[in-house]
Each structure stands twice: as C-alpha cells, then as structure tokens.
Ligand binder design. Structure first.
Ligand code: SF4
Ligand code: SF4
Length: 339
C-alpha cells in the first residue's frame, strides 16, 4: 500500500506553522497551533481535524511542501472523522466509482482529459481546441475529490486502475504521451498527490491554462483585446499546483483583460462554498459566498472567470445576481478570438 511521504522532523522544527496560521477558516494563536498540530503528528484527535473545511490551501501555505493537508486527510480517516455527513460520503463513493465500461476510441493529440465533466465538452471548440479529442467519465476520473471526504484510501485504491485505463484504452493505442487536464483536480492528482504517495504517473500531465496560454501565443494575430475587467475564482485544487496560478495573469494579459486587485485572490483566495455546502455548514457557505462575490463586485469587474465547473455551478448565480457575467476561462479566450 502506498503511504504518504511526510517529513515529521520538518514539522517538529517548524517555527511558523504557516499551514495553520494562514488558514482562513481556523483561528488559533501560534502556541495553540503548535499543540494541535503536534497532536496530528502523533496520530491523536485535534480541533484542526474537526474544523477543517478541506479547502486544500495549507498544501500551498507550507513553505516546505510537506503535505499538511494530505496528513490531515490521513488522520481524519484513521480517526473516523467525517467532514461530510456519512450518507452523502457513502453515496458519492458509489456514484463516482469506475464502471468498467470503458472502450477504446480513436484519439489524436491534443487529448483533453475532461475528468468527470464530460458534460462540459461542448466548451472544447473553436480555434483554441482545433483538432483536439476528449476523454472523460468515471473510468478515467482521478477521484481526488475524496480528499474532501477524508478518503485518501479511495484515491489510493482507484488511481492505479484509472491511470491504467487512460494508458491502455487511450494513450498507448494512439501513440500519445501527454494529456491536457481540463480540471485542476486531475493536474493536482498527477503532479502533487500521486508523487506524495510514491505513485508513478505513466504520462505527462499538462495544465489546461498552460495549453491555452501557448495556443494563444500561436494565435496572437487573431486576438482582439477584450478591454474588460475580470475577477478570477481560484479553485481549491489549484492549491495543489500553485506553480500554475501565474497563467491566469499571463492569459489575461494576452487577451486584453484587466484584473483589478481584490482581497480574495492568489494565496488569499476563498473557496466557492460548494464543499462546505456538501458538508452542511450552511452559515459558512453564506458568509464565504457573500464575502467572495462582494469582493469581486467591489473591484468593478464585469466578468467573474472560472476554471473549475463545480465552482462555476456554485457561484454563477450569485455572481450574475451581483451584475457580473460568469464565464469559463476558455470561453473568455474564445471571445477574444472572435468566437
Ligand atoms: S506542514 Fe509545513 S508549515 Fe505546517 S508545521 Fe509542517 S513544515 Fe510547518
Ligand atoms: S485544508 Fe484549508 S481549512 Fe483545512 S486546515 Fe488546511 S487551510 Fe485550513
């Protein structure tokens, strides 16, 4: 069984405890954070394990990339702490499991891995995605969402099969070696979670924004700057691959979108509220969404831009009600290309 590669000594000598001190949802002073975090290291119950809203952000806050959130998930699971009510957890495990109905299909690069969001494949269109083919659905689903459900075990169990499916049914027959990850969650799985558990990834994952940025460079003569202001909703899973966050600014610059400064962005981004809703923490949902949307609005943004479909479905309505246009990043780029 693949175990989390975690350096306990690093934490024992850590003076700043950024993983807890920067958390936007748990308030503690440094002394308490030290005591509570030490309990997690020893495998004991801690307030952190119960209060965590599973926003993934401490994966980014730890300057040593020591995987504090993956450890939280390990401990929650070992100690039977369920961030989401058990009946919801149980039904999600069944619903999202691989069906074994995968069939070989003809593919050619670029191959866009839609994750579980096949429903969004209408967005894979136009000059940005010319010649692209897609894969998606339960048999290639990364299952990383089970981090929100204290179930590293489910990811561990399913991921090797999922990667085998991608290789055997799709990439090997087509002679393709890389996939473009439509969702940050897949990219985070292959570049952060899998290495953290010592699991090899047999293909090269590419972040969607990396792909879009380079495609826009090729298409530069076709770009008509949009000259609009936009706010960006950073998804929780981007915390697992913060090295890709700069692409938001890079893409906005290319397509003539101004990103006015807001409070809840970059490292200070707020969750969309979707997961606290599943966890039935409704007061928190209301507060998070209000703060988030008011913050977007206060910048004068005309657009609320998303990459994660789940964030989009959760926040599109409040964003629209506040007078902004919710839009996926790829669609915003297609607008700049006159499509
Ligand atoms: S996980 Fe990182 S930030 Fe947290 S105590 Fe350990 S070394 Fe420090
Ligand atoms: S995952 Fe988010 S809520 Fe949980 S401890 Fe880390 S930063 Fe705090």
């Amino acid at each position: 069984m693949h175990e989390l590669i975690f350096n306990t000594k690093l934490c024992e000598n850590c003076k700043t405890l950024d993983c807890i001190m920067k958390c936007q949802y748990i308030e503690m002073d440094l002394d308490e954070a030290g005591r509570e975090h030490a309990k997690i290291l020893r495998g004991e119950e801690s307030r952190i394990l119960k209060d965590c809203v599973t926003c993934y952000a401490c994966e980014e806050y730890c300057p040593s990339r020591n995987h504090p959130f993956y450890l939280i998930v390990e401990r929650q699971e070992q100690l039977g702490i369920h961030p989401v009510p058990k009946p919801i957890e149980k039904s999600q495990v069944i619903m999202m499991g691989p069906r074994g109905k995968i069939k070989q299909k003809e593919l050619k690069a670029p191959v866009i891995d839609m994750c579980f969001f096949d429903i969004m494949k209408g967005g894979i269109r136009g000059k940005l995605f010319e010649g692209a083919t897609t894969i998606g659905g339960s048999d290639v689903f990364c299952n990383l969402m089970f981090l929100h459900f204290a179930r590293n075990s489910t990811i561990r169990e399913r991921l090797p099969l999922i990667m085998d499916n991608i290789m055997k049914y799709y990439l090997e027959p087509a002679g393709v070696k890389e996939i473009i990850c439509y969702h940050d969650e897949c990219y985070g799985t292959y570049t952060s979670w899998a290495p953290a558990f010592g699991i090899d990834v047999p293909f090269r994952p590419v972040h969607l924004f990396d792909y879009i940025y380079h495609k826009l460079i090729d298409l530069k003569p076709d770009i008509k700057p949009l000259n609009v202001k936009a706010a960006y909703q950073r998804p929780c899973s981007n915390r697992l691959c913060p090295e890709t966050d700069h692409f938001v600014d890079d893409i906005f610059n290319l397509i003539g979108v101004e990103r006015p400064k807001r409070t809840y962005e970059y490292k200070n981004a707020l969750c969309c509220g979707g997961i606290p809703e599943a966890a039935q923490r409704f007061d928190l949902v209301e507060e998070i969404q209000r703060k988030n949307v008011e913050d977007m609005k206060s910048t004068g943004a005309q657009y609320g831009v998303f990459n994660c479909p789940f964030c989009f479905w959760t926040l599109a309505e409040p964003v629209a009600k506040a007078g902004m246009i919710p839009i996926m990043m790829s669609d915003l780029c297609l607008m700049a290309l006159g499509q």
